[in-house]
Design a protein around this ligand. Structure first.
Ligand SMILES: NC(=O)C1=CN([C@@H]2O[C@H](COP(=O)(O)OP(=O)(O)OC[C@H]3O[C@@H](n4cnc5c(N)ncnc54)[C@H](OP(=O)(O)O)[C@@H]3O)[C@@H](O)[C@H]2O)C=CC1
Ligand SMILES: N[C@@H](CC=O)C(=O)O
Ligand code: NA
Length: 438
C-alpha cells in the first residue's frame, strides 16, 4: 500500500519455473547491479511440487506450496506472479491486490483477458500492476509505451512478438523446409512447447497485441475481438513465391488506428496473421527467436524495439526491473498512484471487424490449365472492385496450373466475396493460400 514507512521490501513469488528461476537468480546476484537490489528480500516462493529439483538456493522454508498463504501474508509487499495460466493466477492476483500488495506479472494470457478486472481492483486498492515481461520478454516496450512515448499520438504498433513462430518461419525460409518438419525439430530442441497451440495458432501473439494496443491507444481491449490466425497454413511453396515477389512471410501482430480520430474515440484494427512483409521493411530482417516491435506515432515517427522475447535471463531482466521500479516508488513514499505507472483508462476501444480491414492480399490458386482462366479471375475480381497489382503463373502441380495474385488495397469483405465466387468456378481446383500483404 502507498504511504507506508519504508522498511525494505518483501517479495512473494508465485512460480519457480523458467522465469521464476531466472528472477530469483538475478535478484540474488546483487554485485555490480542496481543498489536498490539490496532492499529486496525473497520472502516466499510458491510452487506446485516441493520434490522438484531447483536450480537456485533458497533458505529453508522459503519455498512453499501454499500460494494462498503468500497472497494473504501481511509481511509481503509485492507479489510476483510467474506461474502462468488463467486460474488460479487471476484469483491469486486479485486476492493479493485486495490485500494491498503490488503486482509484477509476466502473464499475458491473464492480463489480456482479465486486465479490466485486475486494473480496476488495483486502482481501487492504490497498488500497481507491472507487466513488462508479458510482451517481448526482456525487450523494454511496456514502460516505453507508458512513459517515454506517452505524449505521442500512436498510429500503429506492429510486432513480431512470438519467438516460436518466428523461429519456425525463419527456418522454413532459410532451409526451404515444411512447417510440420520444422515444428517437430523445434520441439525436439526445446524451442517449441510440447503443446505448441498457443504459439502456432497466434493466440500468444493475440494476447500480446491486445496489451500493446491497450497501452498504445489508451483504451481497454476486448480480447475476444482480436482477430487471430496462426502459421499452420504457411507452406514452403508460399515462402518461395513470396521471396520471388520481394517479400518474407512473418507472423505479425498489428494494432492500427483505422479512423483518424482522437485518442478517446478511435477505431482500431487489432489482429494477428501471417503477413507478406516487403524485404526492405525493418521487421523483415528479424529472424530466429528474436522479437521486435515497431511503434509509429506523432511526433516521434518510427521507433523499433528489438531483442530477446523469451528465455530465463531476458525475461527475468524485465521482471526484476518492474520490481525495482516498485521498490523505488515504495521508498519515495508517494501518497498517490503515479499516473505514468498505473492504468489510466477505463473505456473499451472500438475494434473494427476484420471484414472492414483495407489491405493488399496474396492468393495462390490451383486451376485447370486452359486458356481464359486468368481472364475469368480478373473479371470476377473487377466486379467486386478488387484491383490487381500482379498475376503470375509460374508453376504446375501435376495437371494443375498455379497462379499467384497480389491485389492492390481492398476492403477484406469485398475481397472475400470475390474469392467465394471464384472458388465456385469450374476451372478453379482450390485456393491453398490467402495472406495479407503489409
Ligand atoms: N518462459 C519464457 O521465456 C517466458 C514466459 N513468460 C510468461 O511467464 C510466466 C511463467 O512462465 P514459465 O516460467 O515459462 O513457466 P513454467 O511452466 O516454467 O513455470 C511455472 C511455475 O509455476 C508453478 N505453478 C504453476 N501452476 C501452479 C499452481 N497451480 N500452483 C502452484 N504452482 C504452480 C510451477 O510449479 P512447479 O515448478 O512445482 O511445477 C512452476 O514453478 C507465464 O505467464 C509465461 O507466459 C513470459 C515471457 C517469456
Ligand atoms: N511462447 C512465447 C514465449 C513467451 O512469451 C514465444 O514463443 O514467444
Ligand atoms: Na517486455
Amino acid at each position: 500500500m502507498l504511504g507506508a514507512t519504508f522498511m525494505g521490501v518483501k517479495l512473494g513469488i508465485l512460480g519457480l519455473g523458467t522465469v521464476g528461476t531466472g528472477t530469483v537468480k538475478l535478484l540474488q546476484d546483487k554485485n555490480g547491479r542496481h543498489p536498490l537490489l539490496q532492499d529486496i528480500e525473497i520472502y516466499r516462493v510458491g510452487v506446485r511440487s516441493l520434490d522438484k529439483p531447483r536450480d537456485v538456493q533458497l533458505p529453508e522454508g522459503v519455498i512453499t506450496t501454499d500460494l494462498e498463504g503468500i497472497v494473504n501474508d501481511p509481511e509481503i509487499d509485492i507479489v510476483v506472479e510467474l506461474m502462468g495460466g488463467l486460474e488460479p493466477a487471476r484469483t491469486l492476483i486479485l486476492k493479493a491486490i485486495a490485500n494491498g500488495k503490488h503486482i509484477v506479472t509476466a502473464n499475458k494470457a491473464a492480463i489480456s483477458r482479465f486486465g479490466a478486472e485486475i486494473f480496476t481492483a488495483a486502482n481501487q486498492a492504490g497498488v500497481y500492476v507491472m507487466l513488462e515481461a508479458s510482451v517481448g520478454g526482456g525487450i523494454p516496450v511496456i514502460q516505453p509505451l507508458k512513459q517515454s512515448l506517452s505524449v505521442n499520438q500512436i498510429s500503429a504498433v506492429t510486432g513480431i512478438v512470438n519467438g516460436t513462430t518466428n523461429y519456425i518461419l525463419t527456418r522454413m525460409q532459410t532451409e526451404g523446409s515444411d512447417f510440420a518438419d520444422v515444428l517437430a525439430d523445434a520441439q525436439k530442441l526445446g524451442y517449441a512447447e510440447a503443446d505448441p497451440t498457443a504459439d502456432v495458432d497466434g493466440w500468444d501473439a493475440g494476447d500480446k497485441i491486445a496489451i500493446l494496443a491497450s497501452l498504445g491507444f489508451g483504451g481497454r481491449i476486448n480480447r475476444e475481438q482480436v482477430y487471430c490466425e496462426g502459421i499452420r497454413q504457411v507452406s514452403k511453396t508460399d515462402i518461395a513465391y513470396a521471396s520471388k515477389l520481394g517479400f518474407v512471410i512473418k507472423l505479425l501482430a498489428i494494432a492500427q488506428n483505422v479512423k483518424n480520430g482522437h485518442r478517446d474515440n478511435s477505431l482500431l484494427s487489432v489482429r494477428v496473421h501471417p503477413t507478406l512483409v516487403p524485404q526492405t521493411h525493418p521487421l523483415a530482417s528479424i529472424n530466429g527467436v528474436y522479437n521486435a516491435i515497431l511503434v509509429e506515432g506523432e511526433p516521434i515517427g518510427q521507433v523499433m524495439f528489438f531483442g530477446p522475447g523469451a528465455g530465463e535471463g531476458a525475461t527475468a531482466s524485465a521482471v526484476s526491473a518492474d520490481i525495482l521500479n516498485l521498490v523505488a516508488n515504495l521508498k519515495t513514499n508517494h501518497a498517490h498512484l503515479n499516473p505514468t505507472l498505473a492504468c489510466r483508462h477505463q473505456h473499451y476501444s472500438e475494434i473494427a471487424p476484420i471484414s472492414e480491414l483495407v489491405t493488399r492480399f496474396y492468393t495462390r490458386f490451383l486451376t485447370e490449365d486452359h486458356p481464359g482462366v486468368i481472364g475469368q479471375l480478373g473479371t470476377c475480381f473487377g466486379k467486386h472492385g478488387v484491383s490487381l497489382e500482379s498475376v503470375v503463373q509460374t508453376g504446375f502441380h501435376g495437371q494443375l496450373a498455379e497462379i499467384v495474385v497480389v491485389t492492390h488495397d481492398v476492403r477484406e469483405g469485398d475481397f472475400r466475396q470475390a474469392l467465394a465466387e471464384i472458388a465456385a468456378m469450374p476451372a478453379i481446383n482450390s485456393i491453398p493460400s490467402i495472406f495479407r500483404v503489409l
